[in-house]
Design a protein around this ligand. Structure first.
Ligand code: IFM
Length: 748
């Protein structure tokens, strides 16, 4: 299971778990498709897995070989970061013959529907070998089967499997072809499998190689004609191009991706590897251009967590894309525009009924909430636990609004605001206004009955993070209106009329001023996470763990062990300090970090990077480094919880991948960009001698080169204007093609 995640490949359209060619649904082969979901019976809706067009098995003397069932003398598998190429080499020792299988697989970065495989076999002695290759329609599903009426057919040398989703009858078609020029080929259609069988008398020492091309199309693809024809045409085109050409084109796209997003660390190979792996994960799962898809919390590593999109995307992944690859960031935002109606439906129907846009806690293709009211099972009793993630984790709407506004602030491109972004922001503000209470006696608004990022304390009042995010949403809504009034008055009039919202703007202004945020204690500097938090029982993570009766026991919900205590699941106040980093002093950051850190379980993969970044800001670089590594290595080492309660959660962690990038560039690199300029205030950790990275800002491109005592900002030759950059507090002008170096002294 874990290796399948570590070696997975993806291209935004689909993910392919890092399983071996001969594996089947039993070994959890999964080709998970982005943006297409299905539900069977009362089980969770989840993304659809496609039939496996990458299947190949080899038989020697009639016995089918598998790396899991046979004697293997050598096995090696590789994931190439440069072009997301998965390779394996396995030598089987069987009845006196050594048969070596080599394969290389990629999901095309140029043609998103396409997968390409090179496969070869070599025998140490002459032997009778049978190769079965084609499409395996026996699909691994968590809550399936999702594809009904799966039929395996063939047109000449093209194999083909098609089915329809259970819920909305969307077609999912897979075509496959191969260029086999050895042995005798016959065809076999067994159940859901459509295979080509190659009978070969293999000579000793000769390598037999073929290439396989498979394509997946669904009714979500805008194709002329049928999805079947599109799939067939795609594999035929790929075959006529050939493996090397397909790979070269794919590689060129990957080169482009790395040119934009790579980060170089000198002096620390471990950190370099882990960070590059994290960046690779993000680049692989970034949505396809024009898809308006987003990235689920477990990316495309399977159907885990319902393939749902959480706040993880806006708060942890979006920063990577907006700072390096805005063309991908825009897709993430278009997804929220596309699902605005779902958010409106949720607002209307949730709780006492609200107005505006209450985004889904777990969002799928329509924006309706996939999160259930009883979202976690108790592993000891088997009972479903009521969790309030769906109805009370209201910060999600503000997280979306903040990212939407950041897209405009950091790209300078207001077209997205006009294409639905402004509507999203105004509707989120409207939601918070309908959710907030006005306390007459205190002359302030309060946001009550919520869950903040710390999910162990449900239904709390005045959660600092949530209130801050809500307040920011009001400010952003007013700023949006002001911007449109200046630049696009006609479009603003149309929008205000459409939403009938003009009369509500004064209220938003008022809430932007008078919404209550818990402040820092005058003596200790501590910000109370929510009303009453400081009065909860002291405990320790160790103590709670010792009291657990089941290793997967959930510590929150109604009766969880953490509920009456100060133990929190993940960064909450610290998350706020990080998100609004310019608004709090280093002293406040330190005080709260030191208070909350020993009380944090880090039970979510989202937690460590927030602690790392805030530690970097107030100067605890060793701690920042420790948590940076924890974040950056989570998927590479595959050390994570696989069950929460009785719910299977195993899969990759793109939010942590984004957190690793944020810690390196925004934390240690000290980059802070706003609408006015980019500021850099580096705090390199001990081991790092040099940190280099790219930055995209307002349509231009920069290369930063940071050492312990100098920062070089190279504004790309193709940039269009001079930018003012603040380096370690010193303003410098950066002209296209003229690198500027500033010497500085790193704060201790
Ligand atoms: O969004 C997170 C949440 O903050 C903690 N539980 C897991 C979710 C998905 O990663």
């Amino acid at each position: 299971m874990r290796r399948g995640n570590v070696y997975q490949i993806a291209n935004g359209y689909m993910g392919y778990r890092g399983t071996l060619d001969e594996f089947t649904s039993e070994q959890l082969v999964g080709i998970t498709l982005a943006g297409i979901f299905d539900r069977v019976g009362p089980a969770w809706r989840e993304p659809v897995n496609a039939p496996n067009g990458g299947f190949t098995s080899v038989s020697l003397g009639g016995a089918e070989l598998s790396a899991l069932g046979n004697k293997v003398t050598r096995h090696r598998q590789t994931l190439r970061f440069g072009n997301a190429l998965f390779e394996r080499q396995t030598s089987f020792a069987f009845k006196g013959t050594t048969l070596t299988v080599r394969s290389a697989r990629f999901l095309s970065a140029e043609t998103p529907n396409l997968g390409v495989i090179r496969f070869s076999i070599t025998c140490s002695r002459a032997a009778t070998v049978t190769v079965r290759t084609g499409i395996d329609g026996n699909i691994w599903d968590l809550n399936g089967p999702h594809l009904l009426g799966l039929a395996a057919t063939r047109r000449d040398s093209v194999l083909f499997v098609e089915g329809r989703t259970n819920e909305s009858s969307k077609r999912v078609a897979v075509a496959e072809t191969a260029d086999i020029d050895f042995g005798k080929v016959t065809y076999e259609s067994r159940g859901n499998r459509s295979l080509r069988v190659v009978h070969l008398r293999a000579e000793a020492g000769t390598t037999y190689t073929f290439h396989k091309y498979f394509a997946v199309f669904t009714d979500n693809d805008a194709v002329r004609g049928s999805v079947a024809e599109a799939a067939i045409e795609t594999v035929l085109q790929a075959r006529s191009l050939g493996y090397e050409d397909c790979l070269a084109r794919h590689g060129a796209r990957w080169q482009e991706k790395w040119n934009r997003s790579d980060v170089t660390i000198e002096g620390d190979d471990e950190a370099q590897l882990a960070l590059r792996y994290s960046i690779l994960q993000l680049l692989m799962v970034a949505p396809v251009k024009g898809s308006a898809n987003s990235i689920p919390a477990r990316a495309l590593s399977g159907q885990v967590y319902k393939g749902a999109i959480f706040w993880d995307t806006e708060m942890f992944m979006f920063p990577f894309f907006i700072h390096t690859y805005p063309e991908k960031a825009v897709e993430l935002m278009r997804y929220r525009i596309k699902t605005l109606d779902g958010a409106r439906r949720k607002a209307k129907t949730e709780g006492r009924g609200y107005r505006g846009a209450f985004y889904a806690w777990e969002s799928q293709e329509t924006g309706d909430d996939a999160c259930t009211y009883y979202n976690i099972g108790d592993p000891s009793t088997g009972r479903a636990l009521r969790t309030y993630f769906r109805d009370k984790q209201v910060h999600i709407s503000g997280d979306v609004a903040i990212a939407m506004w950041d897209y405009f602030r950091l790209t300078g491109d207001d077209s997205l605001l006009l294409e639905g972004g402004a509507e999203v922001i105004l509707e989120c503000a409207r939601f918070y206004y309908s959710y907030a209470y006005y306390k007459d006696e205190k002359r302030r608004y309060e946001i009550l009955d919520v869950i903040g990022p710390d999910e162990y304390h449900e239904r709390v009042n005045n959660n600092a993070f949530t209130s801050m995010v809500a307040k920011e949403t009001f400010t952003i809504a007013i700023a949006t209106v002001n911007h449109l009034r200046r630049r696009h008055p006609k479009e603003l009039r149309t929008l205000l009329k459409k939403l009938r919202i003009e009369g509500e703007l004064p209220a938003f202004r008022d809430a932007a001023r008078r919404l209550f945020i818990p402040g820092a204690d005058a003596k200790t500097g501590i910000i109370e996470q929510f009303d009453g938090y400081l009065g909860l029982r002291e405990s320790s993570v160790k103590e709670l763990k010792a009291r657990m009766i089941h290793p997967d026991e959930y510590l929150g919900a109604g009766q969880g062990l953490a509920v009456p205590t100060k133990i929190i699941k993940q960064a909450d106040v610290v998350m706020m300090l990080n998100l609004f980093r310019t608004r709090f002093s280093a002293e406040i950051k330190r005080a709260n970090w030191e208070y909350y850190e020993p009380r944090t379980e880090h039970g979510s993969s989202l937690s460590a990077c927030a602690y790392a970044m805030v530690a970097a800001e107030f100067g605890n670089l060793d701690f920042a480094y420790k948590y940076f590594l924890k974040t950056a290595k989570i998927d590479l080492e595959a050390k994570y919880k696989v069950y929460v309660g009785s719910v299977f959660m195993g899969g990759s962690h793109p939010a942590a991948n984004g957190g690793a990038w944020m810690t390196a560039v925004l934390g240690f690199g000290g980059v802070h960009a706003d609408e006015k300029r980019v500021a850099i205030n580096p705090r390199l950790c001990r081991k790092w001698r040099r940190l280099q990275f790219h930055l995209a800002y307002k349509g231009d491109d920069f290369r930063m080169n940071i050492t312990k005592n100098s920062v070089t900002v190279a504004s790309s030759r193709a940039n269009t204007r001079v930018h003012a950059v603040l380096v370690a507090g010193k303003p410098v002008k950066c002209s296209p093609g003229r690198p500027v170096t500033v010497r500085y002294r790193q704060a201790r």
